[in-house]
Design a protein around this ligand. Structure first.
Ligand code: SF4
Ligand code: SF4
Length: 181
């Protein structure tokens, strides 16, 4: 297997392990979470126009909505920038406050970032967002180590600006070769 194929294979294993960790340790906790991310108290939700239009049940054109937003007459929790919309400080309209769940779970309209949060593969490493109370960093490191096997160790590094974002990279142990596919 070439180095490039090995890297792709490792990235796939990490992606699968991140998804499995979410399914096993994060999603079951969402219904009892003390600080649900979907309330957007701490997190900023990035949305495209089609999501803004659907979530806020808008009938007007994007141009009209953008004009209203720029004039301070749109929803105060939405900011527009770079062709996207950023929502913060009020619960996501798709969040069921009473049931503690996403009402568009599994639908195409659901933002990709929602499915990624709080543990996801990115550029061959796993990013963990520790703002989610369900993430146990030690348990996640052990989970990933099991997934990639004994030829690798998991190295952690926190983002300098946002230390709650931790990158977990699989590094080959000295003198070890990755297992053949
Ligand atoms: S912060 Fe974590 S546990 Fe809480 S609702 Fe969000 S994903 Fe679920
Ligand atoms: S779309 Fe669903 S998962 Fe994403 S913030 Fe809204 S309620 Fe939460």
């Amino acid at each position: 297997m070439s180095n490039q194929d090995s890297r792709r294979s490792l990235a796939s294993e990490l992606a699968a392990a991140a998804d499995a960790y979410q399914a096993a340790a994060v999603i079951p906790h969402c219904s009892v979470c003390a600080k649900p991310c979907c309330r957007l108290d701490a997190l900023v939700l990035e949305l495209e126009w089609k999501q803004i239009r659907t979530f806020w049940k808008l009938g007007e054109s994007r141009k009209t909505f953008d004009r209203q937003l720029a004039a301070g007459k749109g929803p105060e929790e939405i900011r527009a920038a770079n062709g996207l919309y950023y929502v913060h400080s009020k619960p996501c309209p798709a969040y069921d406050l009473a049931g503690h769940g996403c009402t568009i779970y599994g639908q195409d309209i659901k933002p990709a970032g929602c499915s990624d949060f709080p543990v996801y593969e990115d550029m061959g490493s796993v990013t963990a967002d520790l703002r989610c109370e369900a993430v146990n960093l030690d348990a996640l490191v052990a989970w990933l180590a099991r997934a990639v096997g004994p030829a690798f160790r998991i190295v952690q590094s926190a983002d300098a600006e946002f230390p709650f974002l931790v990158t977990l990279a699989a590094r080959k142990k000295a003198g070890q070769r990755p297992p053949r596919a």
